[in-house]
Ligand binder design. Structure first.
Ligand SMILES: NC(=O)c1ccc[n+]([C@@H]2O[C@H](COP(=O)([O-])OP(=O)(O)OC[C@H]3O[C@@H](n4cnc5c(N)ncnc54)[C@H](O)[C@@H]3O)[C@@H](O)[C@H]2O)c1
Length: 482
């Protein structure tokens, strides 16, 4: 039986949010006290589970409650009862809601009046412990985050801690929460992580592909009308020498024309897991009538959203290390500590980028405008495209205005990728639905740089350089000895 962690039932919220400074800095180096780590040959020491058979879910001893529904924080609009009305989803399950995009999104949706349940195995926090890395920002435990949210807003976010690869756990979460929409962020999302060695490659594909398959089966079995909003990545497309369309391309071949899925050319075991997910979702839309939206997201930057800014304890994570850090966030932290910006190879690698405030907006738009039954809808979720050299120049410029001396260096590219290429990806569908982009501006860069400067004492400069090579898999600098 899955266990529901209901903050309003288990936690006294009247005392307000606790100050976060001392306990967090200490706590982020240790496992949460209620978890037990099992010795394992795999790098993913499984956390002790319920039941007899070895499972992949976590036990939270201190706060586990039998499933019970509490009164919703928001009065129901009735949409939950008239479930076949797809235009008014109210109950949203956010899988991966303790992560970077998921946390910001869960708060945003809760703030907008949706009833939200977070499902998360907390495995992302475990990766940090295993690799000896840490978010630039001190992040509160998920329990403290939710207590704080409840205390500030009166809104409850349900919490289900467990692994979606465990179908029994996921089924219970579905049966108890009865989602109208599921936003699925819950995957291992680092390309370098998936390229460390065989066991991480296998973990990534197993975790991501089986997790998503389980979500599809749970929808089919328990909530057939539920809309799946799945986070894919622009990286699924690779860098073709033609324009990238939003999911589909119309091709005329030998005199016949068809509209087909846009070709995928993934460039890591992580990106490949996303392609496999997309294929599985597309198939189940066709075969079972699942309604799904695949959000092929670009690289996300920034840390603040309206909701995470409300209190220090709601602060989001910000990764800057060579394994989980993404381009722009990483450059801002490098500039803040006086480390040269690490441009991989020639720096002509061009990708789509978006502000985290737009991630939450895009997901909300996708939920509010669900796919039709049987439809596999694909949106390219980014707002602007930049080459790595362009990003480095922007950060150098913004840094110098703040009095920082910012230099760039070219480091040998650890990845196998084109370093100079054509790139023109369409991204109009979310704008048509109402997305109002926050474009990368001097003021945003200033604020991100100032943020990085504020926390620069937490930076471990040894974690900045890339440490995982695409060509030398199995060579794992710092992953074993960290
Ligand atoms: N961050 C980006 O720049 C970016 C870009 C493109 C796409 N995406 C996609 O967005 C999604 C979220 O990315 P993120 O940056 O927030 O990642 P993240 O690692 O910060 O968050 C992922 C969350 O999912 C949880 N999780 C992982 N496997 C799970 C499982 N089997 N069961 C339950 N929970 C599980 C983790 O514990 C973590 O809290 C990912 O699918 C990623 O591929 C992210």
């Amino acid at each position: 039986m899955a266990h529901l962690l209901s903050t309003s039932c288990t936690i006294n919220v009247s005392s307000g949010c606790k100050p976060y400074y001392i306990p967090l800095n200490q706590g982020s180096r240790a496992f949460p006290t209620s978890f037990t780590l099992q010795a394992s040959k795999s790098p993913f020491g499984r956390l002790v589970s319920f039941g007899e058979k070895p499972q992949r879910n976590f036990t939270v001893h201190s706060t586990t409650l039998p499933i019970s529904k509490e009164a919703p924080a928001q009065p129901s609009s009735g949409a939950h009862e008239t479930f076949n009305e797809p235009s008014k989803p109210q109950r949203v399950m956010v899988i991966g809601g303790d992560g970077y995009c998921g946390w910001a999104t869960a708060l945003h949706l809760s703030n907008k009046g949706y009833e939200v349940a977070i499902v998360d195995s907390l495995v992302r926090r475990l990766f940090d412990h295993q690799l000896g890395i840490e978010s630039l920002t001190p992040i509160a435990s998920i329990h403290n985050r939710l207590r704080c949210w409840k205390s500030l807003t009166g809104k409850t976010i349900e919490l289900h801690i467990g692994d979606i690869c465990d179908f029994e756990f996921l089924s219970e979460a579905f049966k108890s929460f009865e989602p109208d929409a599921v936003v699925h962020f819950g995957e291992q999302r680092s390309a370098p992580y998936s390229m460390i060695d065989r066991s991480r490659a296998v973990f990534t594909q197993n975790n991501n592909v089986i997790g998503t398959l389980n979500v599809l089966f749970a929808i089919k079995e328990f909530r057939e009308q539920c809309h799946l909003v799945k986070l894919g990545t622009m990286g699924e497309y690779g860098t073709p020498n033609i324009d990238i369309e939003e999911g589909y391309i119309t091709i005329t071949h030998n005199g016949r024309t068809d509209t087909l899925p846009y070709p995928k050319q993934a460039s890591s075991f992580y990106h490949l897991s996303k392609v496999h997910d997309s294929n599985n979702i597309a198939f189940t839309c066709k075969a079972w009538g699942i309604r799904a939206t695949d959000l092929n997201q670009g690289v996300v930057y920034g840390v603040k959203t309206d909701e995470t800014e409300m209190h220090e304890e709601l602060c989001n994570r910000l990764d800057y290390d060579g394994v989980f850090g993404t381009a722009l966030n990483r450059f801002c932290v490098q500039a803040a500590v006086g480390h040269p910006l690490t441009v991989y190879g020639k720096g002509g690698q061009t990708r789509g980028y978006l502000d985290i405030r737009d991630t939450v907006q895009c997901v909300e738009l996708a939920i509010a405008n669900p796919a039709r039954s049987g439809e596999f809808r694909v949106f390219n979720q980014f707002t602007e495209q930049f080459s790595v050299n362009e990003l480095a120049a922007l950060v150098k410029n913004a840094g110098e205005k703040l009095g920082l001396n910012v230099e760039s260096i070219s480091v040998p590219n650890p990845r196998v990728e084109a370093e100079e290429h054509y790139y023109n990806a369409k991204h109009t569908k979310l704008v048509e639905l109402g997305l109002e982009p926050h474009l990368l501006s001097d003021s945003l860069l200033d604020s991100l740089l100032n943020f990085a400067i504020e926390f620069k004492d937490r930076v471990d400069t040894k974690q900045i350089m890339p440490s995982v090579s695409w060509r030398k898999m199995g060579v794992k600098p710092r992953t074993i000895t960290a």
